[in-house]
Design a protein around this ligand. Structure first.
Ligand SMILES: *[C@@H]1O[C@H](CO)[C@@H](O)[C@H](O)[C@H]1NC(C)=O
Ligand SMILES: *[C@@H]1O[C@H](CO)[C@@H](O)[C@H](O)[C@H]1NC(C)=O
Ligand SMILES: *[C@@H]1O[C@H](CO)[C@@H](O)[C@H](O)[C@H]1NC(C)=O
Ligand SMILES: *[C@@H]1O[C@H](CO)[C@@H](O)[C@H](O)[C@H]1NC(C)=O
Ligand SMILES: *[C@@H]1O[C@H](CO)[C@@H](O)[C@H](O)[C@H]1NC(C)=O
Ligand SMILES: *[C@@H]1O[C@H](CO)[C@@H](O)[C@H](O)[C@H]1NC(C)=O
Ligand SMILES: *[C@@H]1O[C@H](CO)[C@@H](O)[C@H](O)[C@H]1NC(C)=O
Length: 409
């Protein structure tokens, strides 16, 4: 864990854009690659088993966090302004911090409650599907920089964490859903900043497009130096008021439309994979592996194909709302091991074994092609692709909606 954190420790810088019409705050977003997980299995990889698809449809696997990735940024907590890192999670609503009395928390940078911290005495558990954290609901000040004014957040002071949280590279998690479900605790950072007049819009944008670590979050708007105006985005309306969930009308592999059970999808920055329910996953996998050298990597639960054929794989196109949004093979396959000419590329699409209500989870392997604008006020998501240029006809409209659920990790 410590070695992982050392690699890509999030640095939160911020600056108010000088000539933006609305006030915005930029937070560099670090993509943490849990390399140690990858290395632990890399040495054992020589062959892809079950080539040409024989038998794979009968294999049920338990997904692990192998070569998982996490996005995080830092915030300052309490009067002491303790600098903690937070997994930036569009799929959940609550923020939590690890307390000094949490021996099961993976953080080595835990928070000692000071006078600015006030517990409400109400216990609460957050269930991320594979991981849980528990503690008292509390109010505490949160600063986005040492010179900013604080906002008071209702958050969870965690004293108990399940073993699955050991994969967390950040100290805590911050939920970035558009609203809190009635009756649930928590406040939303962006809404708080907006209400305090620190940012000009109840909205935020995340640039997921580059793998070289230059991703960023912009609170309060989108980068007008990158994206000229609203028309450049493909807009998708939310069909859920508490999560970044949108309607998913069709899924195609190349030109072939697949008959899917799922009809909606969630944008989830905390997932590396794009995940389907089992039957839907098998429909996609059967198309992908058809006539190709594919299978799963020996000793792991990772689906893979030989890299030399990645250029032959087709785009997966999701119709989200009214827009056809592409996920190219270069996004859903990533080099894993072996020589570059004859290596193994692993599939960043999988199926989930816990019930997510039939939602398709659009994780990093989908998001990494897009700049995503989360418009809370407009109840919509705007997608701007790697290949987009401000509203030219050369590119088809690609719209991605990011959906987030409060119970996965
Ligand atoms: C937290 O610490 C890192 C590393 O020193 C620093 O770069 C970052 O700006 C700090 N975050 C805040 C919000 O001050
Ligand atoms: C695999 O899991 C799915 C979803 O739980 C189930 O429907 C299917 O029957 C399982 N297949 C096998 C071979 O166990
Ligand atoms: C941990 O500390 C917090 C803050 O002081 C307190 O509210 C909570 O009850 C403590 N938890 C345990 C298990 O002692
Ligand atoms: C990251 O990649 C993008 C796109 O290739 C490029 O524009 C940007 O300059 C790169 N940043 C760094 C720090 O290499
Ligand atoms: C470009 O603008 C036109 C007219 O406003 C709009 O219909 C079209 O969807 C836009 N295209 C893109 C790629 O944003
Ligand atoms: C929104 O999505 C969540 C998570 O799937 C679900 O529990 C909730 O019922 C949905 N709300 C509406 C209004 O559809
Ligand atoms: C972007 O362009 C590249 C090169 O033409 C292509 O391989 C890729 O599929 C495109 N991505 C999307 C999302 O259209």
């Amino acid at each position: 864990m410590a070695a992982t954190v050392m690699f890509l420790l999030g640095v939160l810088q911020l600056g108010v854009l000088p000539c933006a019409m609305a006030q915005t705050v930029r937070l560099p977003l670090k993509k943490v690659y849990l390399k140690d997980h990858k290395e632990s299995i890399e040495s054992g990889i020589e062959t892809i088993e079950e080539r040409h698809g024989r038998g794979l449809a009968e294999v049920n696997i338990t997904m692990t966090n192998i070569y998982d990735m996490q996005y995080y940024a830092s915030l300052l907590i309490g009067d002491a302004k303790l600098n903690q890192t937070f997994l930036w999670d569009t799929g959940s609503t609550l923020m939590w911090i690890p307390l000094n009395n949490c021996s099961s928390c993976p953080s080595t940078n835990k928070y000692t409650p000071a006078s600015s911290y006030s517990s409400t005495g109400t216990r609460h558990t957050i269930n991320y599907g594979s991981a849980q954290v528990e503690g008292d609901v509390a109010n505490e000040k949160v600063y986005i920089s040492s010179s900013s004014v604080p906002v008071t957040m209702e958050l969870l002071g965690v004293d108990t964490a399940s073993s699955a949280t050991q994969n967390l590279a950040a100290d805590g998690i911050i939920g970035m859903a558009p609203a809190i479900t009635e009756g649930r605790p928590g406040t939303l950072l962006v809404e708080k900043l907006y209400n305090a007049g620190i940012i000009g819009k109840n909205a935020f944008a995340i640039d997921y497009r580059w793998l070289n670590g230059t991703s960023s979050i912009l609170l309060g708007g989108y980068d007008t130096d990158l994206i000229k105006n609203d028309k450049a985005f493909d807009w998708i309306s939310l069909n859920n008021n508490t999560h970044w969930i949108v309607a998913m009308n069709t899924v195609k592999y190349g030109g072939t439309e697949l008959s899917m059970s799922s009809t909606s999808a969630i944008f989830d920055s905390s997932r590396s994979f794009t995940s389907f329910q089992y039957s839907d996953f098998m429909k996609i996998w059967n198309e992908i592996k058809d006539g190709k050298d594919c299978g799963y990597i020996t000793g792991t639960t990772v689906f893979a194909c030989y890299c030399d054929s990645v250029k032959d794989f087709k785009d997966i196109t999701f119709k989200l709302g009214e827009h056809d949004i592409k996920m190219p093979a270069s996004a859903y396959f990533e080099y894993f091991a072996g020589t570059t000419s004859n290596g193994v590329c692993s599939l960043y699409i999988n199926f989930y074994t816990v019930d997510f209500g039939g939602l398709v989870i659009l994780g990093d392997s989908f998001l990494r092609e897009y700049y995503v604008y989360h418009d809370v006020q407009g109840q919509r998501v705007g997608l701007y692709g790697k290949n987009y240029s401000a509203n030219t006809s050369a590119f088809s409209v690609l719209v991605f909606i990011m959906l987030f659920i409060s119970f996965h990790f």
